[in-house]
Design a protein around this ligand. Structure first.
Ligand SMILES: Cc1cc2nc3c(=O)[nH]c(=O)nc-3n(C[C@H](O)[C@H](O)[C@H](O)COP(=O)(O)OP(=O)(O)OC[C@H]3O[C@@H](n4cnc5c(N)ncnc54)[C@H](O)[C@@H]3O)c2cc1C
Length: 414
């Protein structure tokens, strides 16, 4: 007899990990297929590790809805699993008079997004909060709530908990083909490098490769245009120079280059926003890193003369249209979650909640098992040079924030 999964998730980035966790918790029998040797190896292994409040998201969008669903729920998850986080808040700083004039508009947009706690602050309040900033600011906005997490541990813990609750996770499993001939009886065949699997609904969480995975099912609604982001990482010993994430005034390209402190205390400058010829993670380029270092030093003079300890690059799965595609095709036993460009970590649990509702209501698929909610504290030990043991399962750490925070530049406690 063929083993039939209720749900097959393609892709083990933050989105796939959140989706399999949600679906398994609700009693669906789930399988996750990931083409790489390790989960969290593509877009999700090169982000800033920020849990955003949605202060700059456009009002009435799916993206904002997903972020606002995730934000309170994620703290329950982080607390329940015992994962590190730091609610540093963010400070948006105007360095010119021209930029300062935009701050009221941004504050207004914050309120329209329902993030009404953003407040304009005086320069004296700015410098009492952030004494390490260059003394030439012209205006500032305080955004409480913005939080830094360990982006690798957050994603892996969701997948790990799903597995504990009965999900099957297969890595080195490249999805190569799809057969929809039996979709009428809610059966879809997924051919992979590890063999064939049968499910009732497939959720494409292919991230950077989402358009290619969609094509396997004969669908083509968007194309991915990779956008890379580069970072410079400072050691933890300069962490005391900032207290919150220091944001520039945003541009049409997004949030801009941030100076922030990771959950492990490293100061990081980035990310850039650049077109990328490849979906694979490119190396950093020396000229851009020098520019990021100059930016960090010009805003935070205490960074001057401190050598960076590392650099990294991430690649965003951007599309030409909107930021969040969560589309359901019941006739094809298929749901696409694609083009989650800039806020996949911050919107992950909201995306998963939307997917579960689509499975239940549009695909009319009830869970085949009982609900398995409940969050148990995880026993997490980092094992040099690049592993973490979670409840006796060994995982390879793939995110530079974790790698640099735990090992490469530690100068104090864990
Ligand atoms: C520079 C940068 C900074 C960012 N900062 C933040 C931030 O601070 N906060 C925030 O919320 N978001 C941030 N983001 C956005 C966030 O990282 C992304 O939205 C998120 O990683 C997208 O996750 P994903 O799971 O959709 O994609 P991915 O991580 O790309 O995962 C998709 C997975 O699918 C797998 N896959 C693809 N094809 C196949 C196949 N055929 N068979 C099997 N598996 C397959 C891939 O191997 C991959 O593991 C940032 C992104 C970047 C690049």
């Amino acid at each position: 007899m063929v083993d039939v999964f209720d749900v097959i998730v393609v892709g083990g980035g933050i989105v796939g990990c959140a989706v399999i966790w949600e679906m398994t918790s609700y009693g669906y029998k789930c399988l996750l297929l990931e083409k790489n040797e390790n989960l969290v190896s593509e877009a999700s292994s090169g982000n800033s590790g920020m849990l955003h409040t949605g202060f700059d998201a456009v009002a009435d969008t799916l993206e904002l809805q997903c972020i606002q669903h995730t934000f309170p729920k994620m703290f329950g998850v982080l607390e329940g699993f015992g994962l590190p986080y730091n609610k540093t808040g963010a400070t948006m700083v105007a360095w010119t008079q021209e930029q300062a004039q935009i701050i009221p508009t941004i504050a207004q947009r914050c309120r329209a997004a329902g993030v009404s706690f953003c407040t304009e602050i005086s320069l004296s309040e700015l410098y009492s909060r952030e004494p390490g900033l260059r003394k030439q600011a012209q205006g500032a906005l305080w955004i409480p709530g913005e939080t830094v997490v360990d982006p690798w541990l957050t994603a892996i813990s969701l997948a790990h908990d799903a597995k504990k609750k009965g999900a099957m996770i297969k890595t080195n499993a490249v999805v190569q083909n799809i057969s929809r001939t039996e979709c009428e009886r809610q059966r879809i065949q997924v051919m992979t490098s590890l063999g064939q699997f049968t499910g009732r609904v497939v959720i494409n969480c292919g991230g950077l490769y989402g358009d290619i995975v969609d094509k396997l099912a004969g669908l083509q609604h968007f194309r991915i245009f990779p956008k890379k982001g580069q970072y410079a990482i400072y050691p933890q010993k300069v962490g005391h120079h900032i207290n919150s994430s220091i944001l520039p005034i945003p541009t049409s390209k997004g949030k801009g280059e941030i100076i922030f402190k990771t959950v492990y205390g490293n100061v990081v400058v980035g990310p850039t926003f650049e077109d990328s010829a490849s979906r694979a993670r490119p190396e950093s380029d020396a000229g851009t890193i020098r520019r990021l270092v100059r930016l960090g030093e010009s805003c935070v003079p205490g960074l001057e003369g401190c050598p960076i300890v590392n650099t990294y690059t991430g690649v965003r799965p951007a599309t030409e249209t909107k930021d969040y595609h969560i589309d359901s095709y019941p006739e094809s036993c298929w749901i696409t979650v694609g083009g989650i460009r800039s806020t996949g970590l911050s919107g992950s649990l909201g995306i998963a909640d939307n997917v579960r509702r689509l499975v239940l209501h549009q695909h009319a698929l009830e869970p085949s098992g009982p609900r398995r909610t409940g969050l148990e504290r995880m026993d997490i030990k980092f094992v040099p040079p690049c592993h973490a043991r979670i409840d006796d399962v060994l995982y390879t750490v793939t995110h530079p924030i974790t790698l640099n925070g735990v090992w490469k530049s530690r100068d104090s406690r864990l």
